[in-house]
Design a protein around this ligand. Structure first.
Ligand code: SF4
Ligand code: SF4
Length: 175
């Protein structure tokens, strides 16, 4: 299971980011999903990518991370001792350290919602259907790409996300 982000459809409205914050009641300054403006027309909506080779899992001395059979990389906060090795090792800036609780949290791909047959809240909230989840083992579309400008190197952790790039548009000028 992984995310699919259609850069051609994202309008940067941040509905996904806000829905994530509401659903997970994350504290001020901690956003599990972030919408970034890469250029005047390109936005990226990024969270934890539930990588195939998760660096967070590899470096955590407390074994706080697990990878479920469906691919979701989960963090058990009660095991976290706040060393922040995962924060510095993740190429996507996904694990978020809370100085109040001295613990790290991150996107859990809404696994309680998915276990109940619901979509992740970011996917459900997306106003243009730019964000979806797909079975990456079966999803095959000739137009998908594995990275976009502004997305960190995919070689290290093999993130579970695919992209539809922006289409080249014809532009018409009156003058
Ligand atoms: S994006 Fe970062 S936190 Fe998420 S699974 Fe990959 S390495 Fe771990
Ligand atoms: S901050 Fe917590 S979750 Fe991250 S590596 Fe340290 S113990 Fe593990």
């Amino acid at each position: 299971m992984g995310f699919c982000f259609n850069a051609d459809d994202c309008i940067g409205c941040r509905a996904c980011e806000i829905a994530c914050k509401n659903e997970n009641q994350t504290p001020s300054g901690i956003n599990w999903r972030k919408v970034k403006k890469i250029s005047s027309e390109l936005f990226l909506s990024i969270s934890c990518n539930h990588c195939e080779n998760p660096e967070c899992f590899r470096v955590c001395p407390q074994r706080a991370f697990t990878k479920r059979r469906d691919g979701i990389v989960e963090i058990e906060q009660s095991l976290c001792d706040g060393c922040q090795l995962c924060v510095t090792s993740c190429p996507y800036n996904a694990p978020q350290f809370d100085p109040e609780t001295h613990k790290v949290s991150k996107c859990q791909m809404c696994y309680p919602r998915q276990d109940a047959g619901l979509l992740p809240t970011c996917v459900e909230a997306c106003t243009t259907n730019a964000l979806s989840i797909v079975n990456l083992d079966k999803f095959n579309n000739p137009d998908i790409v594995s990275s976009l400008p502004g997305f960190p190197d995919i070689q290290i952790t093999r993130p579970s996300i695919v992209f539809f790039p922006q289409k080249i548009r014809k532009r018409y000028f009156l003058f």
